[in-house]
Design a binder for this molecule. Structure first.
Ligand code: ATP
Length: 547
């Protein structure tokens, strides 16, 4: 019995071998002897036969589109499936190795094996998952179990350019272009319209969302190029990791809430901006004395929105056309910042600027007539500490958002220590939508700093003294932070030093007032007490402008 079964197996193997040999012979004969037209006809016939039997449709998504050398759909599929793989891997941690893994809408399978590729791009905080060659991933659109959900199967393939398919265990770095990589998307033919019209756009949108979530946020500046002897024509960037958040910021809690609500409203209003025909941008002017947290607020805003920052140094920009080029190259979801606008640009007297390009030997060739500035004016402004050759009209165009009409949302933030120096044109509604006044430390801001730096709470014995003194003397949050930093391990010492510092200032102020009175002056209006109270962080009465 055993012998018989073995001989029948041998026979089977023999017949399989001869069938294969015949097939190979026929294939070669067809290829070599049949005219190409006939070959095509047979291939079409064969495809139709397969299609009649197999109701599935496949869409192949190549890595490179021949016309543009990139394929956004491939990149989108890569990001989308990478995220699915991440979900699969996290849900598979408790599963035995090699088993098929299922999430709510995704299943990854390959002969009951589960192989993912994992990498960490340089300087990135995130691990990047991807499918290995010949893996399949089953997806549902919408989620599995939802009414009308359609099953969709993804698979990933790599083929050597010579045409030899490679095995599934080879390593296929993306930089190697001797291989052809593609995703295959297959589904039942009755779902073809929904896949094309709904599922593929959905994948593109999801990929954009995932990329935004996982991107490395960056701080761009045109400053360093200028410092290196260049002219600040380009942005250079570093990862943006500033620790300032709305929690660490010592400003009036009501103001914090207002700013956050305003930002939330702004980013959610894409349709509104497009309906009313305005560029999707918002301008903030932060003003107040040095050390009151303007820069810290910018960092907190960027962290809150998860936006990049473009730190624009106007003194490094040589013309309005260069300014335009820099701005056009900023990405959406970013904060464009111009710090100390009053120091980098002479914005106080527009009538002075009547000049022509012919008079300006340093003008950029692309500068429109009237955009650059006379050399004599430049000299004046150099003496004043203002070096930029960008004109007010250039800056106003930048604020008006002409350059940003084709791209997404942007926040523009200008800071100044001297709001009174700014040209009213810059401040009018629609340009600077909100004026935020950051001022000396008030009690709420002081308490936040005490809590953050010293872990001191409201009930501390010196808190009441501090609150009283804060109504009489001016201290900036930066000064308070500095004192607290020096007493990190001893909260009582920190509070004592701060209270002592404020008492000293009060004494100095009192003797100053006495001196002023002896000198015959009126009441001291330039000191701590202004109309009996100290300014606190907050929105000044004229600054809340309508949306
Ligand atoms: N409101 C604040 N909340 C928390 N920390 C603050 C605040 N203001 C200042 N600081 C601290 O003081 C330092 C300097 O503050 P920041 O640079 O934000 O002030 P600024 O108003 O931008 O000053 P300048 O006008 O000189 O640029 C910060 O690093 C921060 O530690």
């Amino acid at each position: 019995m055993d012998l018989m079964s073995r001989s029948s197996t041998l026979l089977d193997w023999k017949s399989i071998g001869s069938i294969l040999a015949t097939f190979m012979f026929l294939r070669t004969a067809l290829r070599d002897f049949l005219p190409p037209e006939l070959q095509q006809f047979i291939s079409r016939l064969f495809s139709r036969l397969v299609a009649a039997v197999n109701p599935r449709v496949s869409i192949l998504i190549d890595e490179y589109d021949p016309s543009s050398y990139t394929n956004e759909l491939f990149d989108a599929a890569h990001a989308y499936l990478g995220d699915k793989c991440r979900l699969v891997s996290s849900s598979s941690s408790s599963s035995p190795a090699g088993s098929t893994v299922t999430t709510s809408s995704t299943r990854l399978s390959h002969q009951n094996a589960c192989v993912l590729r994992l990498s960490k791009p340089k300087n990135s905080r995130y691990l990047s998952f991807s499918m290995d060659a010949n893996q399949r991933l089953d997806d549902h659109f919408p989620d599995r179990g939802a009414p009308g959900a359609i099953p969709i199967r993804w698979s990933f393939h790599t083929v050597q350019r010579s045409g030899n398919p490679r095995g599934g265990n080879g390593y296929y770095p993306r930089v190697h272009n001797d291989e052809h990589r593609y995703y295959e998307l297959s589904f039942h033919r009755r779902h073809q319209v929904r896949v094309q019209d709904e599922y593929i756009p959905f994948v593109m949108e999801e990929a954009a969302r995932i990329r935004f979530k996982n991107r490395e946020r960056r701080l761009y500046t045109n400053r360093s190029a200028a410092e290196d002897g260049g002219c600040g024509r380009h942005w250079s960037s570093v990862p943006f990791n500033h620790p300032s958040t709305f929690d660490t910021l010592a400003i009036d809690p009501a103001l914090k809430d207002e700013i956050q609500a305003d930002l939330r409203k702004f980013v959610s209003r894409r349709d509104y901006y497009s309906r009313v025909g305005r560029a999707w941008k918002r301008g903030y002017l932060l003003h107040g004395p040095p050390g009151t947290g303007k820069t810290s607020l910018i960092a907190a805003i960027a962290n809150f929105l998860e936006f990049d920052i473009y730190d624009l140094e106007l003194t490094a920009v040589t013309s309005n056309s260069q300014l335009r080029k820099l701005l056009v190259s900023t990405s959406s979801k970013s904060v464009v910042v111009v710090e100390d606008i009053d120091c980098t640009l002479d914005l106080s007297d527009r009538k002075k600027r009547s000049f022509t390009d012919s008079e300006d030997p340093t003008a950029d060739p692309g500068t429109a007539p009237g955009e650059s500035i006379k050399s004599a004016d430049k000299e004046d402004r150099k003496r004043m500490g203002c070096y930029s050759t960008v004109s007010l009209s250039g800056v106003l165009n930048f604020i008006d958002g002409l350059w940003s009409s084709c791209v997404g949302e942007r926040l523009m933030i200008f800071t100044t220590n001297h709001v009174e120096k700014l040209d009213p044109a810059l401040l009018r509604p629609g340009r600077m939508d909100r004026h935020i006044h950051l001022s000396y430390c008030g009690a709420p801001a002081f308490k936040i700093l005490a809590k953050n730096y010293l872990d001191v709470v409201d009930g501390h014995p010196l808190m009441l003294d501090a609150e009283t003194l804060l109504q009489e003397v001016k201290v900036t949050p930066a000064e308070v932070a500095e004192v607290f930093m020096g007493c990190e391990d001893d909260a009582d010492k920190g509070m004592q030093r701060m209270v002592e510092e404020m008492r000293q200032r009060r004494r100095a102020l009192a003797s100053q007032q006495v001196e002023d009175q002896h000198a015959g002056g009126g009441p001291h209006m330039n000191g701590t007490v202004v109309n009996g109270k100290v300014l606190e962080n907050g929105v000044s009465s004229d600054e809340e402008l309508a949306w």
